[in-house]
Design a protein around this ligand. Sequence first.
Ligand SMILES: *Cc1c(COP(=O)(O)O)cnc(C)c1O
Length: 404
Amino acid sequence: MKVNRRTFLGTAAATALAASLPVKLAGKTRKVKVIKDDQYDPWIEIDPTALQFNVKQLHELSGNRPILAVVKNNAYGLGLENTAKILDELPEIAGFADVKTVDCLTLRKSGIKKPILMMGMTTEEGLHELARNDIQVSIYQKDSRKMLEAAAKKLGKSINVHLYIDTGMNRMGIPCHEALPWITDINKSKSMTIAGSFMSFTEDPDFDKEQLNRFLQLAANATSAGAKMGTLHAASSNGIYHLPEARLAMVRPGIGIYGAYPTHPGIEKEIKMLKIAYRLCARVVRVEKMRKGDSVSYGRNYMADEPTWIATLPVGHSDGYLRKAVNGAKVLIGNTLYPVIGAVSASHAIVEVGSEKSVNVGDRAILVGPDHPEIHPSYISEKLGVSVYDILMHMSARLPKIII
Ligand SMILES: *Cc1c(COP(=O)(O)O)cnc(C)c1O
């Protein structure tokens, strides 16, 4: 594809040019992954300094507790390996947590040396592979001891476990009221080392307190019974912000690390500011003038009631951009916000440019990112009534990543 460099010399192009040089990061030189500046595929830009900033902020907010960084679902869309490598260098990060066997193994194989906790369920074979790669496993089943002892015997070493306690979420974990005899039994096993114990909050502010009480009561009872539970951890991003007493020995944030506020952006911003650590970008592929009465996209959802320019971006719901964007989301091109119109289809979104042709083919567009308050995920989330978690996590894993 032939391109005019001047047209494309936005940040992406500059990054692509600069990326042939090694980038300095946290005192170490690393090679960045690059996409060329001569293509029209959408991409994600990752900002390591924002990730570092957010980790510092969350660390401070949690009274300097170590952070177990949750990197599930492709590091909330930012890319598992590239994100984990950046986080791995930060002293505040004690380790990583994920919910899938394959992700935990990928992390280890990509060179992560810090502890990794697998929070989800795994098979016998999965357990063997996880333990062989020094990945800690969560246990919560009544017959966990049997399975772990068989696996430990086969491996010839003891396996590090975290006890997953269900204090009222009723999603994962052993029910709290049944946990004490189970914990004392596991304590007797030579095949397991209890590295920690954890729980998840429902994020109902009143019930969270009750859940925490149940957890702490169990821990006290275990201590009285001479049983160990290891490092206690409970608070995700919401807990770090809103339930100081839940910070315990370690905190376990996900979304905050990536720069999105978990629950009440307005309040949380005042408590501790975070920076969005990514941009969802695309380049304009078509600019055309609509006549009065022309319609746009499937269902003719948009009708031009006066002549107007429109521009097409090659990014759609299959990339993780929201179908609901047509209900009020805007896209930043240059310094101007343009509303999304018509319909977001699998691979395209269309914006209304207006009566002046202020946009050109090849212009860089930012659909989500830190560059304007109205493209911040929190704003889009509130505007469209979608969870901010969906805005991040539903981004396609296939989108190329540029580390800026
Ligand atoms: C996803 C998850 C987290 C992180 O939650 P955030 O709200 O993203 O901070 C923590 N713990 C468990 C068990 C999780 O599944």
